[in-house]
Ligand binder design. Structure first.
Ligand SMILES: Cc1cc2nc3c(=O)[nH]c(=O)nc-3n(C[C@H](O)[C@H](O)[C@H](O)COP(=O)(O)OP(=O)(O)OC[C@H]3O[C@@H](n4cnc5c(N)ncnc54)[C@H](O)[C@@H]3O)c2cc1C
Length: 431
């Protein structure tokens, strides 16, 4: 069960007539779709916009994530520099950093009670191998400074960045959706949409008339070599006692991760629960999405053990919630916003889609309106992704990469040196 949704009441959206002339029809009621509508209305408040969601608003990754509003970008600067100038890369990072504040300002303006707090983020090394990879990064903290902020067992050093906030994503998306409805957007829940090969839009068997159609379904896109679903699982504790919080720190609600090869992420919520997530579940053949892999007991148990290794005091706390979801990963780790004539598509944010979808929505709105802007020039706009290999190679390479992350972490723990496995398989792990 998902913690975030257990803490909020879902709004109910009044049903409207499907057969209207829409200016923009958006498929997918996650952050991408909703931010696109928001940014369109910021430019032209009178636009007639419909959002079609096959389940409920925020059912996808937007209502399931770890609640990091970060400035992270899936692709490294080194990889970006092969196609973009230093100035373009710097603009991207500046815009990602500003997006955090803009999302926070939106929550404040709309009085969305989502526990938004910008306490920065820490990446914590728990062995010398991890530490060597962090050294030289900006915001380096030695062991003592690290432990004074977050008392993770075995911590040997960390990096700190002020550019991250924590929030409850489900509470936020409910507030965002309600704000859009107040501004005239029609939200159709339980309305699955089909975009045909010639880009016509069908909903419940009816052809929908819209000047522009946007596909914003992220990891739900199947039968494609554009992206693969990779699973991320999450567990949460009951609210922690004052004594436990005193021991573990996290006094400024810094989000944090271990500097391991396996992706991990954690936050302390506004009601003092630890929410801890991580990847590691296998990829399923032919990029199928699998409900089973989104909530595999084995992966949840692994996350709970990891949390108790980080903070042994957690053995005295109960873990109350466990859930998961899929992220969309393109072959070149680049997100995309593409627009051509009257059709747009967006996604591929890996696990960094909260702030990125805000920028992607702004870029999509500018593309639709034909506005030249700093957002429509971002590196992921009109980017042509490399395709994934065909099966069985995709299955072999992806699961090999997932296994390699576990082995590389084990190796670093044993040798206290940066992993040779990770180095030799860097072509698979490289972003
Ligand atoms: C477990 C987990 C943890 C994560 N943690 C973080 C984090 O801490 N920070 C961060 O930045 N990012 C994180 N992410 C990634 C982030 O949540 C996503 O990148 C982002 O929410 C994607 O938003 P979206 O709107 O593009 O996709 P989604 O939120 O998945 O929305 C797509 C929607 O489309 C709907 N849909 C699909 N097909 C159709 C159809 N045919 N018709 C109508 N509707 C359809 C789906 O039901 C879904 O609601 C995490 C993701 C997961 C799964």
């Amino acid at each position: 069960m998902n913690l975030w949704w257990s803490l909020v009441d879902r709004p109910i959206f009044a049903l409207q007539n499907l057969n209207q002339e829409w200016d923009v029809a958006i498929v997918g009621g996650g952050f991408s779709g909703l931010w696109t509508a928001h940014h369109l209305l910021e430019s032209i408040p009178t636009l007639k916009i419909a959002i079609f969601e096959m389940d409920k608003i925020g059912t996808g990754a937007s209502g399931r994530n770890g609640g990091w509003v970060s400035a992270l970008y899936p692709k490294s600067d080194g990889e970006l520099s092969k196609n973009f100038s230093v100035q373009q890369i710097s603009d991207l990072h500046n815009q990602l950093e500003s997006a955090i504040d803009e999302i926070g300002a939106f929550a404040a303006k709309e009085k969305i009670e989502c526990g938004f707090h910008k306490g920065g983020t820490m990446t914590i090394a728990t062995n010398v191998g991890q530490l060597q990879r962090l050294q030289g990064d900006p915001g380096y903290l030695d062991r003592e400074d690290t432990i004074s902020r977050i008392s993770m067992r075995s911590a040997v050093g960390s990096t700190y960045s002020p550019h991250c906030a924590a929030f409850n994503p489900a509470a936020f998306i409910c507030g965002l959706a309600s704000s859009l409805v107040t501004r005239g957007v029609a939200i159709f829940e339980d309305h699955a949409a089909i975009i045909t090969a010639n880009r016509a839009l069908l909903v419940r068997g009816e052809a929908i008339s819209a000047k522009f159609v946007v596909r914003a379904v992220e990891a739900y896109l199947v039968n494609t070599r554009l992206q693969i679903p990779v699973y991320s699982l999450v567990v949460a504790t009951d609210p922690l006692s004052e004594e436990t919080r005193e021991i573990i720190g996290i006094r400024n609600r810094e989000t944090f991760a271990q500097a391991s090869h396996l992706v991990t992420y954690a936050q302390l919520t506004s009601d003092n629960r630890l929410v801890i997530g991580g990847r590691g579940a296998p990829y399923s053949w032919a990029s199928r999405r699998s409900d089973r892999l989104e909530s595999r007991a084995k992966d949840h148990a692994r996350l709970r053990s990891m949390a108790m290794r980080w903070f042994p005091i957690l053995k005295e706390s109960d873990f109350s919630h466990a859930w998961g979801g899929a992220v969309g990963i393109t072959r070149d780790w680049s997100p995309y916003v593409r627009f051509e004539s009257n059709y747009g598509e967006m996604g591929g944010y890996v696990g960094d889609g909260v702030s990125l979808s805000y920028l992607a929505g702004a870029a999509m709105a500018d593309c639709i309106l034909g506005n030249e802007s700093s957002r429509s020039r971002l590196p992921f706009v009109q980017w042509k992704n490399r395709e994934w290999e065909r099966e069985p190679w995709r299955w072999v390479a992806t699961n090999l990469a997932i296994t390699a992350t576990f082995l590389a972490d084990r190796e670093e723990q044993l040798t206290q040196k940066p992993s040779r496995i990770a180095k030799s398989l860097s072509f698979l792990l490289k972003r």
